[in-house]
Design a binder for this molecule. Structure first.
Ligand code: PMV
Length: 343
């Protein structure tokens, strides 16, 4: 392998949707969360990122979806590369190219997939060979939720308690094929507002100002245990109510934050109402909603209920598109392809 090829690597990483939300940091500099979180890694959707360290470059070049990155995004990538350069004792600038195979304008979170892919590609290009755990610890410096996109299936990000963060890392609870019947209908809504405040900033407002924040923190360990068990037993009847309880708790904290954080549109709220109606009419939990710091709603259900649930959701005014996604694999090294950014 030539020296140049040795300094180039491509990684692909998926987004994830949190069933227990990461919201609040106990140490902002180290990106250490106040609470553990749990997510499902999503199949099909991915960021594909190439990193090439190159002695001929005078500065880092960052291209996102075929165009030079905006200054804020470029700086986050440069800061991340600086960390990798320090770890690898490397003094070369890099060219970074990243593409999402889902529309960035769709408002689906791309920071988790983007930074997970960047972490993998930058380490590999720099000649580092971190374990999955170490890679999850690195990825969180880009975006907390990126730590979970390293792994596939059902993933827990342990908050840890040590000040140095050594016990804070993500790990796989169950692989992607653990529960083949579980389906996530990702309901994209029209007119989802562009996020004005980054999550990492907004969540610290919640820590400081939401009167319900400490109660939420106290409730999470029990909720996490209920979820772990329900997922382990593939028990939708046990899982779905706790998924919605957690989402409601997250939303309540956001709404009682000052200034208030309101991520939903009237369509998002109608989707939440429709899921309650579906469950009420069935007399048991057939579906569960959850959402991040954005207006799109993920509706979990089982494959046999998915067509009926989807029909009900598609009728809601303002629903733009519904993507069906299942649990999928985590980040992985990719080969240069004819259409990929490494081509
Ligand atoms: O990873 P960040 O900094 O974009 O924050 C993620 C926050 C939520 O998406 C709302 C929750 C989560 O755990 O993914």
């Amino acid at each position: 392998m030539s020296a140049d090829r040795a300094r180039t690597a491509i990684y692909e990483a998926p987004p994830n949707i949190a069933l227990i939300k990461y919201w609040g940091m106990r140490d902002v500099d180290r990106g250490l969360p106040c609470n553990a979180s749990l997510s499902v890694t999503l199949e099909r959707l991915r960021s594909r990122t190439s990193v090439r360290f190159d002695a001929a470059l005078r500065e880092d070049l960052v291209e996102l979806n075929g165009a030079p990155a905006a200054e804020g995004a470029r700086q986050s990538v440069v800061r991340f590369l600086d960390r990798v350069r320090e770890m690898a004792d490397l003094n070369l600038r890099a060219s970074v190219r990243s593409e999402n195979n889902f529309p960035t304008a769709s408002g689906l979170a791309s920071s988790a997939s983007g930074f997970a892919a960047l972490a993998g590609a930058a380490c590999a290009a720099a000649g580092l060979r971190p374990t999955g755990r170490a890679l999850s610890q690195l990825a969180r410096y880009g975006s907390g939720s990126a730590s979970r996109s390293i792994f596939g299936g059902f993933v827990e990000w342990r908050a840890g308690a040590k000040p140095d963060g050594s016990d804070c890392y993500a790990r796989s609870l169950y692989p992607a094929d653990h529960w083949p019947d579980l389906v996530d209908e990702v309901v994209l809504v029209e007119g989802a507002p562009v996020k004005e405040v980054r999550s990492e900033v907004a969540m610290q407002w919640s820590v400081r100002t939401s009167p319900g924040y400490s109660r939420r923190l106290a409730e999470i360990p029990r909720r996490l245990e209920r979820m772990r068990r329900a997922i382990g037993a593939r028990d939708a009847g046990a899982l779905f109510p706790v998924v919605m309880e957690e989402c409601d708790s997250f939303r309540e904290v956001c709404e009682t934050t000052r200034p208030a954080l309101d991520y939903l549109t009237s369509t998002s709220r109608a989707i939440l109402g429709e899921v309650h109606a579906i469950n009420r009419e069935a007399g048991r939990p057939l579906a569960a909603y959850t959402h991040d710091a954005g207006a799109h709603v993920h509706v979990f259900t089982l494959a046999r209920h998915a067509p009926g649930v989807r029909r009900r959701l598609a009728r809601i005014p303002g629903v733009r598109e519904i993507l069906r996604v299942r649990p999928g694999p985590g980040a992985r090294r990719a080969r240069p392809g004819p259409t990929g950014p490494g081509a």
